[in-house]
Design a protein around this ligand. Sequence first.
Ligand code: 13P
Ligand code: SF4
Length: 308
Amino acid sequence: MNLVDKIKELKKEKNAIILTHCYQNIEIDEVSDFVGDSLYLSKMAAKTDADIILFAGVYFMAQSAKLLSPNKKVLLPTLNSGCHMADMIDVENLKIFKNKYPNIPIVCYINSTAEIKANCDICCTSSNAVEIVKSLGVKEVLFVPDNYLGKYVESKLKNVKVITYNGFCPTHLRIRKCDIDNARKLYPDALILSHPECHQDVTNNSDFTGSTKEIVEFAKKSPNKRFIIATEKGVADRLNRDSKLYHWNKEFILITENIICPDMKRNTLEDIYTALLEEKHEIAIDSEIINRAKNCIEKMLNKTYSLV
Ligand code: 13P
Ligand code: SF4
């Protein structure tokens, strides 16, 4: 039996599901129950009745699944798949940041640890960040850890000052304005689609900026035939695969070859098989942290989305 079949059999045997972020190596989709962005996968984690959730993604994503389904076993294929951005803030630094700006509500990007979520008012993903901040109805808001997503939100909302922590995504910041200029010269017919974690010089010069899901939806709907993808490689890979599969006749070009998140790419099919077989790399979170951090994510899900 090949590895894919072995994983599928193990899933049945153990009543397990596999949630896969679309920055993962594309072959993992073959064994996955749901593939998508952070928001979609959080919703799937909250509503599943499986006994085990294996999260093919990075640590904070598996932690979020555990927060939303605390009674389930949540496994990560490799324990060292972290997120550089999430690791840029710890509770000590969060306290210093909050103390500098007292009495201002604080929003945390889902790309943060459970401990950070436990100390913030509400969570958001890149899909709903603008909506969440707007829904608070305040003039000033603190935003952690991503400076660039925070500033993107501010640019979309009139009259809301977004005070950001200075975190960033090293993968998205690798994309520069000169890459946009080069792409425009090489492919004048292409539309450039970027993620809000990118530098403002990139988002301001793109044709469309949105979360992973929004980029995919935009690309599917657009009558254009060629697109430059200014986000992680997994998005371009899946769009090209689907274009072939569903005869869209569209081409998706990664803006430069190196837009690859090393943490996201750590998980392999072998790791998934072993983690599921041995039920190892289980996510454990302190119960007091669970309650507060869960509340932070649930407020986000209840505010703008029903669990469809
Ligand atoms: P999404 O919220 O678009 O899934 O992005 C997650 C992420 O880690 C982006 O770098
Ligand atoms: Fe974190 Fe950036 Fe990787 Fe997303 S792409 S998981 S923000 S390091």
